[in-house]
Design a protein around this ligand. Structure first.
Ligand SMILES: [Zn+2]
Length: 303
């Protein structure tokens, strides 16, 4: 994460605002302010990470922890990105992460080692109040991890010491900044939700996001998806975890029902009690596109 690239972040965030709903304006403004307050230096000139003393980076690298053993604020940020479908657990499984006194050494707010796949975050991120900024910064550094993986797969481990890497850093920084902006928008507005009804008949369903975004109104009512149709839900979600009940219209006298096998998640809707099934939805792209619930009425499918 470089100083110059950071300066363009506010402009990037504002572009997103103009393209999305008005209620995002204040939220994103706050988010940007939060983020900038840590990332943007007040007056001093900050160095790129590769200008910091190697002993400092080595000492910090040695204290970075693997996935499952991250500091709690880092773990929360990683979980938020996994829940949003931006990164997978197995991707975090390859990256050690820890804090480092980067700003005190006049370094960047965060950095990642190309050769070691270790992310260092400034100690200033280690608080609950910084959670959102930490999550966006972590997304930015994880984007670098993906960039490095792709290049190391093509050019081998020597890539990290190559002149090619030095030259690539410019577009890598630009792409990681754009990616961070997209994740910021996703963190505020949530990801859209779609139900794909592959059945030859209509499906009546109830879908409840574990973490709804925006107004967060829980709609305790059924909706209907026509046969062979994709329906966009009115809700947006901050997590891929949902609860779900569905029932198909009769097909050759039989009806397909999707419901919870236990009494754990029950809802009273229109005076009747329904057991909801837990559903972890998938998304095709990291920062774009919906969470999708795909329902099949094929005999051997469990929908
Ligand atoms: Zn960067």
């Amino acid at each position: 994460m470089g100083f110059k690239a950071r300066m363009t972040r506010a402009a990037g965030a504002l572009t997103i605002v103009s393209m999305t709903r008005r209620w995002l304006v204040s939220a994103l403004g706050l988010l940007t302010a939060l983020h900038m307050s840590l990332s943007r230096p007040a007056t001093a000139q900050y160095f790129a990470a590769d200008l910091l003393p190697q002993e400092l980076l080595d000492a910090c690298d040695a204290h970075a922890r693997p996935f499952g053993d991250y500091d709690k604020h880092i773990a929360n940020a990683a979980d938020a990105l996994i829940d949003l479908g931006v990164f997978s657990e197995s991707e975090f499984g390859n990256v050690d992460i820890g804090y480092c006194g980067l700003r005190a050494a006049r370094g960047p707010a965060a950095t990642i080692s190309c050769a070691r796949d270790i992310i260092l975050l400034d100690r200033g991120y280690g608080s609950k109040e910084r959670g959102l900024a930490l999550t966006i910064t972590l997304a930015h550094e994880m984007k670098h991890y993906l960039q490095h993986q792709e290049k190391k797969a093509a050019f081998g481990e020597a890539y990290c010491q190559s002149e090619g890497y030095a030259a690539d850093k410019i577009w890598m920084e630009r792409d990681a900044d754009a990616f961070g902006d997209e994740v910021a928008a996703l963190m505020v507005s949530g990801r859209p939700v779609e139900l794909v009804n592959e059945c030859p008949v209509a499906v009546t369903y109830y879908l409840e996001a574990d973490r709804p975004a925006g107004a967060g109104e829980r709609r305790q009512r059924f909706e209907k998806a026509p046969p062979k149709t994709t329906v966009a839900s009115a809700q947006r979600a901050l997590s891929r975890e949902f609860k779900f009940y569905g029932a198909s219209a009769p097909m050759e006298g039989a009806q397909r029902v999707w419901q919870g096998k236990t009494m754990a998640h029950r809802r009273f809707i229109d005076g009747e009690s329904y057991g909801l099934a837990r559903k972890t939805l998938a998304n095709a792209e990291r920062t774009q596109g919906p969470f999708q619930l795909r329902l099949s009425c094929a005999p051997e499918s469990d929908g």
